[in-house]
Design a protein around this ligand. Structure first.
Ligand code: PMP
Length: 330
């Protein structure tokens, strides 16, 4: 019989799939790493498992403890799933821009969700960072993974995601393209690939216009899970060779194209990363192999990116139902 002992055995070892139409004839090979095939539906399952393993080993998380984390959803799902298996309680703090669908997923695993306003300073007592700090103090046996500074976040990608990509491409990868949120993905995978290739692999970050990584001030954007208004400890500022700035309109148009032209129903940060990957692919040579990370699936965004009324309301769709950035992407 072939089976895993628990759902946790299903984390990682995600496949690569070649992108076709959305690359608009770019000469290089673009391979997407399909992280929505993780059991919790995103790349964050990997870091959740490792952060909890290390907290158990260090004694920071004890039997019956409560996990408290500010998260835009996916890290919460990963943590809630691992917590369910290991008997921990979870309280998640989310900004209000996170879709209700995503919040309900967290509740489905048995977690509690606290919603905070997006449009306040990180130092404001109502910010989701500050609210989670207060909950840590108030709840007995609380442990905060802190995906922004916990070294187990990039370490999970250095130890697993990076080696997977290297083996899957037979060492032929030339460029890694990933969106940047906490910085864990790009830092962990990027560091591994730089080391194993002797510095040959180029590391490219994709970032929403307005976010600090691409020189912005942190002004609001609508794409979820990526971009920041501060510099997290888990982002290695010396690692990326290039940062590609992507607008919400470009991200959402590409996210819709991935579903319609590649059959890949993914989230907005995946669309954003693919915009970056296609930009790199257009300047690359036919021998180049570009790997782009698709962090999560599209089901959590049906009421936004895949909803024509929402897209029209925010000016992302023209009267004809066409995305308004067709010329930008053409
Ligand atoms: N996309 C989505 C949907 C995410 O939830 C996250 C995590 N915040 C990312 C991309 C970015 O990954 P990282 O935090 O590792 O930089």
């Amino acid at each position: 019989m072939q089976y895993y002992e628990s759902v946790l055995g299903l984390i990682g070892d995600t496949p690569l799939v070649k992108l076709g139409a959305v690359t608009d004839g770019a000469p290089a090979t673009v391979l997407a790493k399909v992280e929505y095939l993780n059991p919790g539906g995103s790349i964050k399952d990997r870091i959740a498992q490792r952060m909890i393993d290390e907290a158990e080993a260090s004694g920071a998380l004890r039997p019956g403890g409560t996990i408290v984390e500010p998260t835009s959803g996916n890290t919460g799902v990963g943590l809630a799933m691992v917590a369910q298996q290991r008997g921990y309680k979870c309280v998640f703090v989310c900004p209000d821009k996170v879709s209700e669908d995503k919040r309900n997923v967290l509740k489905a695993y048995g977690a509690e969700v606290v919603v905070c306003p997006t449009a306040v300073d990180p130092e404001d007592p109502r910010s989701y960072y500050k609210v989670s700090d207060r909950l840590i103090d108030e709840i007995e046996g609380a442990w905060k993974p802190d995906q922004y500074s916990n070294p187990a976040n990039p370490a999970s990608h250095y130890a697993q995601t990076g080696p997977e990509i290297w083996e899957q491409t037979d060492g032929r990868i030339t460029h890694l393209v990933a969106g940047v949120g906490t910085g864990g993905t790009i830092t962990g995978i990027g560091r591994y690939l730089k080391e194993v290739s002797g510095g040959r692999v180029q590391v490219v970050g994709a970032d929403p216009e307005g976010s600090v990584y691409s020189g912005g001030t942190g002004r609001p954007y609508l794409v979820e899970g990526v971009g920041e208004d501060f510099w997290p400890a888990n982002y290695d500022r010396g690692l990326a060779d290039r940062i590609v700035e992507v607008t919400d309109a470009e991200s959402f148009a590409m996210t819709r194209r991935l579903a319609r032209e590649e059959g890949l129903l993914v989230g907005g940060s995946a669309g954003m990363a693919v915009v970056g990957a296609v930009a790199v692919a257009k300047e690359a040579s036919p021998e180049d192999v570009i790997v782009v990370i698709l962090p999560d699936g599209g089901r959590g965004y049906l009421s936004k990116i895949f909803n024509d009324s929402w897209m029209t309301e925010y000016g992302f769709l023209g009267a004809s139902g066409e995305t308004t950035v067709g010329e930008v992407l053409a």
